[in-house]
Ligand binder design. Structure first.
Ligand code: ADP
Ligand code: MG
Length: 250
């Protein structure tokens, strides 16, 4: 389904991704964990060309792109294969929940308005937001906005959903409802690549976990075994830091 080969990305002299190789199967849920600055977001952004890789190839389903020479059509085709859910939901503030979903369909895909509306409502229902269809983002909680953003991402029928820390900006009591929707999608066999700090979620929902540090994949493995029994010292240290109690003195 997804095959990334020798993907590299530099910002100036800073090599942020170093020859990343990655394969994801249809229906697989893969979590990416790792310290801040390790290149997790850049990897996701390269997959849908929000960042231009310096070298390597990206294949999603039938679309293959060589990052060193591709044309506009290939770029558009690769972009259509995925949809991204961001930390900060990025909804249009002047559009209702429903319009946030239908607008790209009507304008981008020339879908008929009625059809877009019916489809949009069905997507809102899938994320438990049907009752809020006509509300504006400002009247919704962060968790509700993120669920609308997930519905919007689903609307383009992507081959893979990319999540970049989808719960990091939420109030703690709003994290659960978003993870619940993601769990539901995972059970529906939707292919997902999720950057997350929610270790419990990654452990129980992901099929596989990838630990990144400093632009490379240090370790990957079956979710539960990687968390419970990390092999690499960097992985061990990272997981230990997360579980260590915060010590402070007054
Ligand atoms: N647009 C950019 N310009 C320059 N440096 C960047 C840019 N985006 C990210 N970086 C740098 O690339 C490194 C990896 O960033 P990122 O992929 O956001 O890491 P992560 O998501 O794992 O925290 C960081 O050192 C970051 O400062
Ligand atoms: Mg990031």
């Amino acid at each position: 389904m997804i095959n990334v080969s020798h993907l590299s990305k530099r910002f100036g002299n800073h090599e942020v991704l170093k020859e990343i190789n990655l394969t994801i199967k249809q229906g697989e849920v893969v979590a990416i964990i790792g310290p801040s600055g390790s290149g997790k977001s850049t990897l996701l952004r390269c997959l849908n060309l929000l960042e231009k890789p310096n070298s390597g190839t990206i294949a999603i389903d039938q679309v293959i792109l060589n990052s060193q020479h591709y044309n506009h059509k290939q770029e558009t085709n690769l972009r259509k294969q995925s949809a991204m859910v961001f930390q900060h939901y990025n909804l249009f503030k002047n559009k209702t929940a429903l319009e946030n979903i239908t607008y790209p369909l009507i304008v981008g895909q020339k879908m008929a308005k009625d059809e877009a509306k019916q489809y949009g409502l069905s997507l809102l229902e899938r994320v438990g937001m049907l009752a809020y269809a006509n509300q504006y983002p400002i009247t919704l909680s962060g968790g509700q906005q993120q669920r609308v953003a997930i519905a919007r991402a689903l609307a383009v029928r992507p081959k893979v959903l990319l999540f970049d820390e989808p719960t990091s900006a939420l109030d703690p009591e709003r994290v659960h409802e978003v993870l619940q929707v993601m769990l539901k999608l995972a059970k529906e066999n939707i292919t997902m690549l999720i950057v997350t700090h929610e270790m419990e979620f990654a452990k129980y929902v992901a099929d596989r976990i990838i630990f990144m540090s400093n632009g490379i994949i240090v370790e990957e493995g079956q979710a539960k075994s990687l968390i419970d029994n990390p092999q690499h010292e960097l992985t061990q240290r990272f997981l230990r830091q997360l579980t260590d109690e915060v010590d402070f003195e007054i």
